[in-house]
Design a protein around this ligand. Structure first.
Ligand code: GAR
Length: 198
């Protein structure tokens, strides 16, 4: 049984999609949030999933917080760490620790629009397609090997909110599918490319 630790900062709808997928051979060992008031934390606890709140504001530096986060994660000996709306920039040492076994979902078609406000930026850039990307996490922000992407059309009257609503539907479909592929050992990393075995 592969153990999965999910990190969140907010509502945790991607976390919910992964939990609800009930992936064979995987157990959600814990959900950890850097925000004690994250709505997703209460949802996970209500499902009987162990939860940990680790308030980043209680730590003097990013390094101190990441060290505490690493200790909290490693207490569950996970095979996979899943970032699901975890809104923290991670230190290189932290990302190295989980190289090849930490996934993130980002609400753009990377390498376009890393960082924040992705939907507004896609609209302003005149993009006809937007979407989401699931990638392995490296030290470079929003830049690891891409496991999967999903695209949606950008409509003429879209706002950041209407586009986000279209993209999140795809996020909830894509992320559980990639986690399932990881659990089934079907993802092979080759540089920045990821081969997804059938
Ligand atoms: C999702 O749209 C996710 O792609 C995005 O935050 C949202 C979290 O929603 N992540 C990032 O922007 C990471 N840079 P959720 O808490 O409901 O899953």
């Amino acid at each position: 049984m592969k153990q999965i630790v999910i990190l969140i900062s907010g509502r945790g709808s991607n976390m919910q999609a992964i939990v609800d997928a009930r992936i064979d051979g995987a157990q959600i060992a814990a959900v950890i949030s850097n925000r004690p008031d994250a709505a997703g934390l209460a949802w996970a606890a209500a499902q009987g999933i162990p939860t940990v709140a680790l308030d980043h504001k209680q730590y003097a530096s990013r390094e101190d917080f990441d060290a505490a986060l690493q200790a909290a994660i490693d207490a569950f000996s996970p095979d996979l760490v899943v970032l699901a709306g975890f809104m923290r920039i991670l230190t290189p040492a932290f990302t190295r620790q989980y190289a090849g076994r930490m996934l993130n979902i980002h609400p753009s078609l990377l390498p376009a629009f890393p960082g924040l406000h992705t939907h507004q930026r896609a609209i302003e850039a005149g993009c006809k397609l937007a979407g989401c990307t699931v990638h392995f996490v490296t030290a470079e922000l929003d830049h690891g090997p891409i496991a999967a992407q999903a695209a949606v059309p950008v409509m003429g009257d879209d706002t950041a909110e209407t586009l986000a609503a279209r993209v999140i539907v795809e996020e909830h479909r894509l992320y559980p599918a990639v986690v399932r592929a990881f659990v089934e050992d079907r993802l092979q990393i080759d540089g920045l490319r990821v081969r997804v075995l059938p």
